[in-house]
Design a binder for this molecule. Structure first.
Ligand SMILES: NC(=O)c1ccc[n+]([C@@H]2O[C@H](COP(=O)([O-])OP(=O)(O)OC[C@H]3O[C@@H](n4cnc5c(N)ncnc54)[C@H](OP(=O)(O)O)[C@@H]3O)[C@@H](O)[C@H]2O)c1
Length: 341
């Protein structure tokens, strides 16, 4: 049994990590929950009883076997190396170490063997990356990939607890005939904020000089790292939509070998972490409201794309707080714990 710490335990991801620890039966004997001073002292109800949230200080995390970090990249940059030095295995949800060549970036269904290469820190990929790569990896492995184009439809909870409140408050204001006062999206520290209620914002994370956003780069760089294919041709457009939970992605793939659609369906249906939901005649396709709270990624709207050789479309939806963050992190921990026994 392990002494486990969750840093950022009062946030959108942290709360899900606490749930996933118990639902996925992570072997926990002791649970330390930490946050910023804002929520320190608050109580979180867990199957182990009510736990008082502590302020995030290294002394409060002393002796933890495993620490799940979900408090943002700057907290991770400070905390993770020190925790690792003290013998705590860090599973980090932030972007801080994902592209560090010495830090494995792991999606258990795709590259579980990478966990063995850790030096005390393991990175959980970006939420949109995880959802895409779970669906695309089986096709990539069977037929190879010439090119991948992805457009995301990302839920507000991907931007944390404040963005969930923003969508609720702005929607209430608009429906009451008032002017909403946007202050959270595209991201909290942005110079300009846009309304998300009844709107779509083609801007997730900050812009780079070439016109792509950092979120779009996270997807392309991380998918290449996970598939160990640095020259994979891949391009992304990331969009925030007024959905509370679960990200959707429209993905266009061009395979190296011809991939008959019935074989693609069979491969996806038998791949771990995927639920095929592809029955247009019954109006059955993946949607955020059906996927929320689940760990499987749903794939549907599979069809050939006649505009290019060996091309196809997929519509992929996953709960980015569960599989896109918390469950993926806990699955990584479970893989290592099994390894230790
Ligand atoms: N949301 C997603 O779908 C998602 C998916 C994958 C990865 N991630 C990553 O997960 C991390 C957390 O995101 P989130 O969406 O859960 O954010 P969030 O809802 O804003 O929660 C942030 C958490 O971090 C705590 N925190 C903030 N500043 C801190 C500090 N200086 N020291 C200690 N704790 C601090 C907050 O505590 P208080 O309650 O005291 O403010 C809260 O518990 C981010 O790195 C994000 O990029 C998010």
């Amino acid at each position: 049994m392990l002494r486990v710490a969750v840093v950022g335990a009062t946030g959108a991801v942290g709360r899900e990590i606490v749930s996933a620890i118990f639902e996925l039966e992570f072997p926990v004997s002791d649970l330390i929950l930490a946050s910023s001073p804002r929520s320190a002292g608050s109580k979180v109800s867990t199957p182990m009883g009510e736990i008082t949230v502590t302020n995030t200080e290294i002394s409060a995390l002393e002796g933890a076997d495993v620490a799940f970090l979900a408090a943002g990249a700057s907290v991770s940059r400070k905390l993770a190396p020190e925790l690792a030095r003290r013998g705590t295995l860090v599973i980090d949800n932030s972007s801080a170490f994902r592209m560090d060549p010495e830090v494995p970036l792991v999606v258990p269904e795709v590259n579980i063997d990478a966990v063995h290469e850790h030096r005390g820190i393991i990175a959980n990929p970006n939420c949109s990356t995880i959802i895409a790569v779970v669906a695309v990896a089986p096709i990539y492995r069977r037929w190879g990939l010439e090119r991948m184009i992805v457009s995301t439809y990302q839920a507000v909870s991907g931007a944390g607890h404040a963005a969930i409140e923003a969508l609720a408050d702005e929607s209430e204001a608009v429906l009451a005939g008032l002017d909403p006062l946007p202050s959270v999206l595209p991201y909290k520290s942005a110079e300009v904020h846009h309304q998300i209620a009844f709107n779509v914002i083609p801007h997730v994370d900050s812009f780079c000089e070439d016109g792509y956003t950092r979120e779009e780069y996270k997807m392309t760089d991380e998918i290449r790292k996970i598939l160990q294919d640095p020259s994979l041709k891949i391009s992304a457009t990331c969009v925030r939509v007024p959905v509370f939970r679960s990200h959707s992605e429209s993905i266009n793939l061009q395979t190296c070998q011809r991939a008959p659609m019935d074989e693609v369906r069979a491969v996806l249906a038998s791949s771990p972490g995927i639920r095929l939901m592809d029955d247009p005649a019954s109006f059955a396709y993946p949607m955020p409201i059906h996927v929320s709270g689940k760990d499987d990624v749903e794939v549907g709207r599979l069809r050939e794309d006649p505009s290019a050789p060996n091309a196809m479309w997929l519509w992929v939806v996953g709960d980015q707080l569960r599989k896109g963050a918390a469950s993926n992190a806990v699955q990584i921990g479970l893989a290592l714990y099994d390894d230790r026994r």
